[in-house]
Write a protein that binds this ligand. Structure first.
Ligand SMILES: C[S@@+](CC[C@H](N)C(=O)[O-])C[C@H]1O[C@@H](n2cnc3c(N)ncnc32)[C@H](O)[C@@H]1O
Length: 216
């Protein structure tokens, strides 16, 4: 049965981090790597889309303890863990959808998202990446670490799978349900370019996970 996105993660918050680090190929390395791509200057302003319990932020705060981070997530229980983990840090946790929450304009040095955006279509991502672009300061950048389809056929197969399950389960609302529908890396890069990012680069890969940097 499909579960609503926030309920899916709220139900799995206990043991979430261990599961994430031990079941995804490369996770022992790509969280630290992602953090190493984020700005090092004091008080850097960073927005994390789908921050969850803050796995990437733990590594980031180690290298930049004065970073000022805003994290957005739909799952309130994931955010509770996040807040308990970093009581001393400059961290604003916002419960809601990053599609709905305004990001502001030219206020972040970097936007980061790890393992959260593989649930959305290219069109939804273009809307989101345009918001991210506007929220970045000149020269700012977005780091996306996520899981990708290996072929266009695979991307289509996942998208059809979600449509079939929604139809079978009589789901007709526009709420977010947890079901992986990753794009190919080529389509992801197109989404960044079509959102206005002039420079988009593949930085690293671990099995199905890749890190993409899009500079404003
Ligand atoms: C697999 S977790 C990743 C969390 C963290 N970034 C990490 O890598 O450990 C995906 C997170 O994205 C959040 N999420 C999914 N869709 C969202 C949306 N539309 N707005 C905000 N958060 C969302 C989920 O609630 C969940 O906490």
């Amino acid at each position: 049965m499909l579960e609503k996105m926030n309920e899916f993660f709220n139900r799995r918050v206990i043991g979430y981090e261990e599961h994430q680090l031990t079941t995804i190929d490369g996770a022992q390395e790509f969280y630290r790597y992602t953090a190493s791509c984020l700005p090092v200057q004091d008080h850097a302003q960073v927005l994390d889309l789908g921050c969850g319990t803050g796995l990437e932020l733990g590594f980031y705060f180690e290298s930049n303890p004065t970073a000022q981070v805003t994290g957005i997530d739909l799952a309130e229980d994931m955010l509770e863990v996040l807040k308990q983990k970093f009581p001393e840090k400059s961290l604003t946790a916002i419960c809601g959808s990053y599609f709905d929450i305004p990001f502001g304009e030219k206020c972040y040095d970097a936007v980061v998202s790890v393992e959260s955006l593989h649930h959305f279509t290219k069109e939804e991502k273009i809307f989101l990446y345009q918001k991210a672009y506007q929220a970045l300061k000149p020269g700012g950048y977005m780091i996306l670490t996520d899981y990708f389809a290996q072929t266009e056929e695979q991307e289509y197969f996942y998208r059809q799978g979600l449509a079939r399950l929604k139809s079978e389960q009589g789901i007709s609302d526009n709420e977010f349900y947890h079901y992986d529908t990753p794009l190919t890396k080529a389509h992801e890069i197109e989404a960044f370019r079509e959102s206005g990012f002039p420079a988009v680069e593949l930085l690293a890969e671990w099995s199905a996970t890749a890190v993409i940097k899009a500079v404003k």
